[in-house]
Design a protein around this ligand. Structure first.
Ligand code: PEP
Ligand code: MN
Length: 356
């Protein structure tokens, strides 16, 4: 890439679009999808998997090195750069030799500091841009650690890709988004552009627009979306890939709200923010008061020699609070997570009182 990728992404109109097949399969498939994407004219960087980390060994594990010639030729014909996933030194060496413009580190690699370090070491002295997917497990520090390993190796053209976190059998997502983690990453590493990969979050095409819209509303810089000339026939991730035309439709359907600049605030928004600040302050005062009462309860339990956790009481409390939450139009999932956090803190306070 002529320009530094991170800079190019941050300066381009949102969303910066990365698209292409989950995997390189055949010469024809590679040429077809890249031609189609170029004709649609929305994509800035082609993605394609040459080596595929698959959960089960009997799945298609990628076409390997020979796929590069198809990918390179197809991209040259339409004058687009391309990116591939690398998971070890060998992949890095081949990808560099074959002229990949950008590399990406997959979610199954980001979890492993040895693997990330190995990749960082083999990239020393190069200027290639690297995109790092979040680790499969929801661990912000592991994700940050991968960026630090690259930076320490002198690789500074870095991009973050949010692809969601694995869970066992989720009824909606293939990988739950946990939006708070990429938001926290952005706070920690504000100069690194954040891209959303709705394909791997959703795992199915009917959710792609919703997830992409959310990413845009959270001010993500771009999207990475898997596309295939014939999605249902794809050799990997068939359920989540869309056609090049489908990609255009999705992008056209996005509502792009303005990115707020430092000197832009409307009075109305300011008023809402003031109100929110007041409510947060009231909420914290109430929580502080509530925790003081938890400590009094802890003292009472200590004096009377009774256990902190009273299961029956906790169950009744939950039932009554969830009922109240419902009446107040708060989702039970949301209220449950708040109650769990409050309960945990209350137990910690009581333990401190008891063992003083
Ligand atoms: C991919 O992008 O095709 C891929 C393997 O992704 P992830 O690392 O997010 O699972
Ligand atoms: Mn995939």
């Amino acid at each position: 890439m002529g320009d530094k990728l991170a800079k190019q992404i941050l300066e381009s109109t949102r969303p910066f679009v990365i698209a292409g097949p989950c995997s390189v399969e055949t010469e024809e498939q590679t040429h077809t999808i890249i031609q189609q994407l170029a004709t649609e004219g929305k994509v800035q960087l082609i993605r394609a998997g040459i080596w595929k980390p698959r959960t089960r060994p009997d799945s298609f594990e990628g076409i390997g090195e020979r796929g590069f010639s198809w990918l390179k030729e197809a991209c040259q014909q339409v004058n687009l750069p391309f990116t591939v996933e690398v998971a070890n030194t060998k992949h890095v060496e081949i990808a560099l030799k074959e002229g990949a413009d950008v590399l990406w580190i997959g979610a199954r690699t980001t979890v492993n500091p040895f693997a990330v370090q190995e990749i960082a070491d083999s990239l020393k002295g190069t200027q290639i841009p690297v995109m790092i997917k979040n680790p499969v497990n929801p661990d912000l520090n592991l994700w940050i650690g991968a960026f630090e390993r690259m930076q320490q190796a002198g690789i500074n053209d870095l991009v973050a890709i949010h692809r969601g976190f694995s869970v066992y059998k989720h009824e909606v997502y293939r990988n739950v988004p946990n939006w708070e983690i990429p938001i926290a990453l952005k706070q920690e590493l504000p100069t690194i552009p954040l891209i959303c990969d709705p394909s791997h979050i959703a795992g199915r095409t009917d959710l792609l627009l919703e997830v992409s819209q959310k990413a845009m509303d959270l001010n993500y810089a771009g999207l990475m979306i898997e596309t295939h000339p014939n999605p249902e026939k794809a050799w990997s991730d068939a359920k989540q890939q869309i056609t090049a035309k489908g990609l255009t439709e999705l992008l056209n359907a996005l509502i792009l709200r303005t990115r707020q600049s430092d000197n832009f605030t409307t009075e109305e928004l300011e008023l809402f923010r003031k109100k929110v600040a007041e409510l947060d302050s009231t909420m914290f005062e109430l929580l502080s008061e509530r925790m003081k009462i938890s400590e009094l309860i802890g003292k009472f339990k200590k004096d009377n020699n009774i256990t902190i956790l009273q299961e029956e009481h906790w169950k009744n409390l939950l039932d009554s609070r969830l009922k109240l939450a419902h009446e107040l139009q708060l989702s039970s999932e949301f209220v449950r997570s708040i109650l769990d956090a409050i309960h945990l803190e209350s137990i910690t306070r009581q333990i401190n009182v008891m063992n003083k």
